[in-house]
Design a protein around this ligand. Structure first.
Ligand SMILES: *Cc1c(COP(=O)(O)O)cnc(C)c1O
Length: 468
């Protein structure tokens, strides 16, 4: 029978390995040295017939996985939009596993329900969203979109006398989604999960001036307007102040993808990008990006709690006990798409407590400063062109091919060449993207660990790679 005595060797080994990993992180190369194929063959092995003692399992896992671990949570990874992990958030995440609570119901974990409730209040205050909005702590922005858009689907159809939770979509009025900017693919996937399909989307491709015409063309159709708080390429946001009241005049539900950008609300210096965002109907954002909570943590916030609850709540004979209807505690299951779930609000609670409101603001401002320093610094290097100066924590550059008669595809190739050289060198890590028909390098700063020294080392690494 397991006793604390049996946990100790594995946990002590884990602590030692964790401290070694985190201690080395600031100096380590970012990209994993082993290729995918090498890792696959390293791990390919028959199903173990016999057991292995826990400390040994941990030891071999760390040994074998180590060369395939990306140091993305450190200070010199600027690829995708990936945050680091604050010490307090990591520690709380460990305790979350130690406690192993099922955070579905307050009866399963009163503490998880109570902490989640306060985390929701704190998030609304930090992000300056309506205090009477409802919320759900989910796995990421993908599931936050799903939760918010399910709430939208419920409300828009209920307003037309259709109970989508009972009747489904067959025979329902057709829903329409108008995407103003360049939506993230996770929105499309949420629409697929919701049975709305991706064909319901009309994309204005950034032409927000045409929103009124499109709404006016078909004012009766139940409509969701999608707005972006922080585009992953440009960092820019939609003109909430103008577009949200306009969409509301036509009875549309406005959903905001604020995976990282909504965190600008926590900064006096950056908040102007978000002017008017609080008037939307739902917001999706992440904890595992800019807040620096370990994976995974996302938040759905909905201005219409009744629609949110109606879209998510469920019941079963075995849980509808007296405890379920406890007045004192909010029931997570009423607001989330998951049933059994990790008590992931503990790590968000710890991150916010560790930083305080001032610390969150400082973390946001610092990342914006480093993004600007990186993009401007790279722009001073020979053959580097700034495609988009940093807005919030995102910017873009590209590399021009050296020959005078170079074609656009030569510039694309030169840009990819820089990405490849940087990956081989390992000092810093970026990823390419396609933007307006050209290959670019995105620079995205999310980790709390990035320092002035990391910025200097990165600019050095880029300079060297260009000179190779
Ligand atoms: C990361 C991201 C998403 C997806 O979020 P997950 O947390 O990965 O589910 C959606 N939208 C934007 C703008 C993002 O940056």
């Amino acid at each position: 029978m397991p006793t604390p005595h049996e946990y100790r060797p594995a946990l002590e080994r884990t602590l030692a390995e964790a401290l070694r990993y985190l201690g080395d992180l600031p100096q380590e190369r970012v990209a994993a040295p082993l290729s995918g194929a090498e890792l696959a063959s390293r791990f390919r092995s028959p199903l173990p017939a016999e057991g292995t003692p826990a400390p040994e399992v941990l030891g071999t896992l760390v040994r074998d996985a180590g060369p395939g671990i990306m140091r993305t949570s450190g200070g010199r990874s600027f690829a995708w939009v990936i945050g680091g992990t604050l010490p307090g958030a990591l520690a709380a995440d460990w305790m979350t596993s130690v406690w192993d609570q099922n955070a579905a119901l307050s009866a399963c974990s009163p503490a998880a329900a109570a902490v989640e409730a306060v985390v929701g209040e704190w998030l609304k205050e930090l992000l300056r969203l309506p205090r009477d909005a409802s919320f759900a702590v989910v796995t990421g922005c993908q599931m936050a979109h799903f939760t918010c858009l399910a709430s939208a689907r419920h409300q828009l159809l209920a307003q037309r006398g259709w109970d989508v939770e009972r009747e489904g979509l067959c025979g329902a009025p057709r829903l329409r989604v108008i995407d103003v900017g360049a939506r993230h693919a996770s929105v499309d996937r949420a629409l697929r999960f919701l049975g709305m399909g991706t064909a319901c989307v009309t994309s204005l491709r950034g032409d927000s001036a045409s929103l009124e015409a499109v709404l006016a063309e078909d004012p009766e159709t139940p409509t969701v307007v999608l707005l972006q708080a922080g585009d992953i390429h440009t960092g820019k946001s939609d003109a909430f102040e103008r577009l949200i009241p306009l969409a509301h005049r036509y009875g549309a539900w406005v959903h905001v993808d604020g995976a990282f950008g909504l965190w600008a609300q926590a900064s006096a210096a950056q908040r102007h990008h978000m002017a008017g965002v609080e008037a939307a109907d739902s917001w999706a954002t992440d904890g595992h990006k800019w807040l620096n909570v370990p994976f995974d943590a996302g938040y759905a916030i909905v201005a219409h709690p009744r629609a949110h609850r109606a879209a998510m709540t469920t019941s079963a004979s075995y849980i509808d006990s007296a405890e379920r209807t406890s007045e004192a505690l909010r029931e997570p299951l009423d607001w989330t798409p998951e049933w059994s779930r990790r008590a992931r609000a503990f790590s968000t609670y710890a991150a916010i407590r560790e930083l305080g409101q001032e610390g969150v603001e400082e973390q946001i401002d610092r990342a914006c400063r480093w993004a600007a320093a990186l993009v401007e610094g790279m722009g001073l290097l020979p053959r580097v062109e700034i495609v988009s100066p940093a807005v919030l924590n995102q910017g873009m550059i590209r590399v021009r091919a050296p020959n005078a008669d170079a074609t656009p595809s030569d510039h694309d190739a030169a840009t990819l060449e820089l990405v490849a050289r940087l990956a081989t060198q390992g000092e810093t890590f970026v990823q390419p993207s396609q933007w307006k028909g050209q290959t670019v390098i995105r620079v995205s700063v999310c980790s709390w660990q990035t320092t002035a020294e990391d910025v200097r080392r990165t600019l050095n690494a880029v300079e060297h790679a260009l000179a190779e």
